[in-house]
Design a protein around this ligand. Structure first.
Ligand code: GDG
Length: 496
């Protein structure tokens, strides 16, 4: 948290998962708490702690729901360590309901639909009902948190409730209504971490109106980029018949005005620089590394990326034995069939490409299906010649930004970004590559691998400067400011 981050009266964060993972130690039988090192938690948790706020979320499947959440290790320097168990509100959902809500509606329906992939989208009434039910539960627990946050505080305290992501699109409206009924004051904000699709895709969802009404419970809604804001405003106008102001990004609904804002997320830049400074040199190869780092997800364009690399080796054989592709694929949503199929496809493709090109002392692709430590990751970011960030669709993409932060070597490497990632909106000096055009993608990769040093340096300097300024603390600050000014300027917001 930076010194000038506005600290609200009390910040209540609501997200699908709590900001740490609980695991039972098989030897002691005790629950243990493992911190999350993600940028979101790093930026947000200290503000929750400082504002004496709370975090509402699902703790994982627990056999005994009355078992207390363990405290973190007092020597632990992680950002959630000040988040004591009484500052955490656990949302309990039965395993069966959680499966329909999370694997079903969230990951088999909303995820592909919001990434504009309707052919992968499963429409199921049962899943939707479980989603509705889960959102009601999250809303109930948030109201409990609001009671706790206001206990022993002056009557004029107005906590900020900040709801995150596509898992909780409906919760805000119920929170608002229940808070009003109980005469509890609060401000409500929402941030969507994935794209908001265009109207023509969004309207395919049979319960599209309900989703929009749920979101309308907020005072401020943040998206990564302006395109998503415009898509959302379009949907409100066309499906809910709201009055909208596109210039000022305002939507009027039920006598209230909701502010829509483009607030692009950043990364903990300084932390990645420190990790890159400390990481040992990557020793496994003396070839140039072309790096990919992704959750194993069909939106990330992994199959297209491998095919582009294969094409590069055919078109430009001079890269054989001179370049190695390192693809780190973190297992993700392994209960969902689409993800199991993708794993199968990737395993086969890696095998085919390696079979086609491997020589006595070189294999073109090193494929890690698993998670590496953040220290190790920083070393890979630093020592790679090219990072390929080529999703078919991506809300933002933090890997592009983390790579740039870790590029401390001179001369630096090259960032290649898909135009379909939110990151491409601001990372103007990256090489842009349409992942669907395999031939063209191979050309862009060749260009990146042969780019002169001075051009690499110039591009990387601009990229690094921008990401350092617009880091994750800047994002946090911008959201808090957007929330704060909502109430200072309430009267100005009324549309003429
Ligand atoms: C959603 C949106 C948006 C990856 N492999 C390892 C590892 N990672 C970390 C990276 C990065 C994170 O995972 C991935 O972040 P992304 O932004 O790329 O993607 P999503 O998970 O899909 O996130 C996305 C984001 O929310 C934030 O708003 O940018 O568009 O889809 O931080 O470093 N970390 C470690 N080992 C790995 O092997 N330690």
């Amino acid at each position: 948290m930076s010194a000038d981050t506005p600290v609200p009266d009390s910040l209540i964060v609501v997200s699908n998962r709590l900001p740490f993972v609980l695991k039972r130690n098989p030897e002691t039988g005790k629950l243990e708490r493992k911190a999350s090192a993600g940028g979101l938690v790093t930026a947000v948790a200290p503000v929750v702690v400082k504002s004496k706020g709370l975090w509402v979320g699902w703790p994982g499947h627990l056999d005994d729901v009355n078992e207390p959440i363990p405290e973190s290790d007092p020597n632990d320097k992680n950002p959630t360590s000040g988040l004591l168990s009484e500052k955490v509100v656990s949302v309990y959902i039965t395993p069966k309901d959680f499966d329909l809500y999370y694997n079903g509606c969230c990951n088999a329906t909303l995820w592909p639909l919001f990434h504009s992939m309707p052919e992968r989208t499963l429409f199921s009434g049962d899943n939707w009902r479980a989603y509705t039910h889960a959102n009601e539960k999250f809303a109930d627990y948030t109201i409990k948190a609001l009671h706790l946050a206001q206990k022993d505080k002056p009557a004029n305290v107005k906590p900020i409730i900040w709801v995150h992501d596509y898992h909780l699109l409906l919760a805000s409206n119920w929170i608002r209504q229940a808070a009003e009924d109980a005469d509890l004051k609060c401000k409500l904000g929402f941030f969507l971490h994935i794209p908001f699709p265009p109207w023509d895709i969004f309207r395919l969802f049979p319960w599209a109106d309900e989703v929009l009404q749920g979101m309308m419970g907020n005072d401020v809604i943040g998206f990564h980029i302006e395109d998503y804001c415009i898509n959302f405003i379009d949907c409100c106008q066309r499906l809910l018949r709201c009055r909208v102001d596109r210039k000022n990004l305002l939507v009027e609904h039920g006598g209230r005005t909701v502010r829509v804002r483009a607030l692009p997320i950043g990364v903990p830049y300084d932390r990645f620089v420190q990790l890159a400074e400390a990481a040992p040199k990557v020793m496994f190869t003396n070839q140039k590394i072309v790096l990919g780092v992704d959750r194993l997800d069909y939106t990330k364009g992994l199959v297209h990326r491998l095919k582009a690399f294969q094409r590069l080796l055919v078109k430009y054989p001079e890269h054989k034995e001179a370049v190695t592709m390192l693809q780190i694929s973190v297992p993700s949503r392994t209960d969902v069939k689409e993800y199991q199929d993708l794993k199968e496809e990737m395993d086969q493709l890696v095998g085919r490409i390696n079979g086609e090109f491997t020589t006595y002392n070189w294999s073109p692709i090193r494929y890690i299906y698993g998670c590496v430590s953040q220290d190790e990751l920083a070393g890979f970011y630093r020592d790679s010649a090219v990072a390929l960030v080529t999703p078919l669709r991506d809300g933002m993409n933090l890997v592009a930004k983390e790579f740039v932060a870790c590029q401390i070597n001179k001369p630096p490497g090259v960032l290649v970004v898909s135009p379909f990632a939110g990151a491409a909106e601001t990372m103007h000096e990256a090489l842009i590559c349409n992942p669907y055009e395999i031939d063209e993608a191979a050309e862009v990769l060749h260009r990146a691998l042969t780019m002169p040093e001075d051009e690499r340096t110039l591009r990387m300097n601009y990229l690094r400067r921008r990401e350092k300024t617009n880091d994750v603390n800047h994002w946090m600050r911008s959201f808090m400011q957007a929330m704060g000014s909502q109430f200072e300027k309430e009267e100005d917001d009324e549309m003429k």
